[in-house]
Design a protein around this ligand. Structure first.
Ligand code: CTP
Length: 407
């Protein structure tokens, strides 16, 4: 049993026959020493009474926005929580959370909460498989919400299938994992300097055209944001991207691979970690035309020359003892993903290589989720299941922080 003393859990309970299991989850959390604030929806109160939760948690059950107005209950509860969980989460609650609704105490509180959120769906299979529910769950995942389950098994009314609430011990274990991750990540990169490259470089053909790629910059920006949140001083060398600069991050805009190389080399000696999330063009036009190429002149014959491989250059310097920074590379692959990844890790002499399958629709370019494998020079292999890029960023930085600690 974990020691959860000092932890504060917001336990949202919505209306479903499985709501009684929330009492068991509350019991597990309280037994481990956590403070649990139960918030019941009106539907939940049809299935379990507030007295049950008050008895188990020793706390008032809140169920109305209109209670305790001077205390600003929803804001206070949202701010105080270290982890929020909705157990069970009905299709209606998933829809409201995905849409950002705030029409009862639970949804209002969750809109004010900034802590990790776990939702455990419970509903009939048809409802779970409805396109609207699938979309809502995907929206929540993209936003970093941990959608736990549903499990497959017996459902109400003698039916069976996907839609069963995960058991209390599984939800409990997930909450503990979030608490531990939040605790161990707090300021674990304080005093460290991290250089991140992000986005796709653009190689000019003429003043209006360029050779580019489909990188949005989302993964690299997420790493920069997460590193800053964990206390690092972060420099972000960004190829063109419409994304906002994350708080606390110093951004240096570049356009081409050559500019990116200069910006990286100017800073690399001062940093502890380099994360090369950028999609760098391997080739550039030998000569960019000074004025716009005209259609009437016919199809241009583009002569391409290779760009420097920035990561490989850093890797070579490191091998020669001329660089101390930990090197993290990325590889976007469409087939034989891991084999190519291992090969790239060795070839570029990186310490870690994050491989993603850009062939999948829900991972890679442009989308907010990713599914990666983090390969280590030391032979380690960490698989990160489909999750928001912000969560993937933290998993990558967990690997980085562990290696920095080893020195
Ligand atoms: N990279 C780099 N400079 C380049 C090309 C790539 O620094 N000119 C870095 C990327 O930032 C990434 C890693 O190398 O961290 C792998 O990029 P990728 O495009 O997958 O590798 P390539 O060497 O271009 O391999 P290939 O095109 O053969 O898959």
């Amino acid at each position: 049993m974990s020691d959860l003393r000092g932890a504060r859990i917001l336990l949202g309970v919505s209306g479903g026959i499985a709501a009684y299991k929330a009492a068991l989850l509350a019991r597990l959390l309280v037994g481990a020493g956590a403070t649990v604030d139960p918030v019941l929806t009106r539907g939940a109160r049809h299935f379990v009474g507030a007295a049950t939760f008050e008895g188990i948690t020793g706390r008032h059950v809140r169920d109305e926005v209109w209670q305790d107005i001077p205390d600003e209950t929803h804001v206070a509860l949202g701010r105080a929580a270290d982890v929020a969980v909705v157990y069970p989460a009905t299709a209606n609650v998933l829809a409201k959370l995905a849409g950002g609704h705030a029409d009862d105490l639970l949804t209002t509180t969750l809109l004010a909460a900034t802590c990790p959120l776990v939702v455990a769906p419970a509903m009939h299979t048809e409802m779970w498989e409805h396109a609207a529910t699938r979309r809502n769950a995907a929206v929540l995942r993209e936003r970093g919400v941990d959608v736990l389950g549903p499990a497959v098994g017996p459902l109400m009314g003698g039916d069976a299938g996907a839609g069963r609430l995960v058991e209390p011990d599984e939800a409990y274990a997930r909450i503990v994992a979030h608490l531990q991750a939040t605790r161990s990540r707090r300021d674990d990169l304080a005093g460290r300097r991290v250089l991140v490259t992000a986005g796709g470089t653009r190689e000019p053909i003429d003043p209006v055209r360029f050779l580019g790629n489909r990188s949005s910059g989302k993964m690299g920006f997420a790493v920069a944001a997460a590193a800053a949140a964990r206390g690092a001083k972060v420099d972000l060398v960004a190829a063109p991207s419409s994304l906002a600069t994350p708080p606390g991050v110093e951004r240096h805009d570049v356009t081409t691979a050559l500019e990116m190389r200069d910006a990286v080399l100017a800073r690399v000696d001062a940093v502890d970690v380099v994360v090369k999330a950028a999609a760098v063009a391997d080739f550039r036009p030998a000569q960019a035309a000074a004025s716009k190429l005209k259609k009437a002149a016919g199809a241009p014959r583009l002569e391409l020359v290779p760009n420097p491989d920035i990561l490989a250059e850093l890797g070579a310097r490191k091998a020669g003892g001329g660089l101390r920074a930990l090197l993290v590379g990325f590889a976007a692959e469409t087939d034989d993903v891991e084999a190519y990844g291992r090969d790239k890790l060795a070839r570029k002499n990186a310490d870690l290589l994050v491989v993603n399958d850009v062939g999948a629709a829900d991972a890679g370019f442009g989308v907010d989720t990713n599914r990666v494998v983090i390969l280590g020079r030391d032979g380690s292999r960490v698989e990160v299941a489909l999750a928001a890029k912000t969560m993937v960023a933290d998993r990558i930085l967990d690997e980085v922080a562990a290696r920095l600690r080893q020195g």
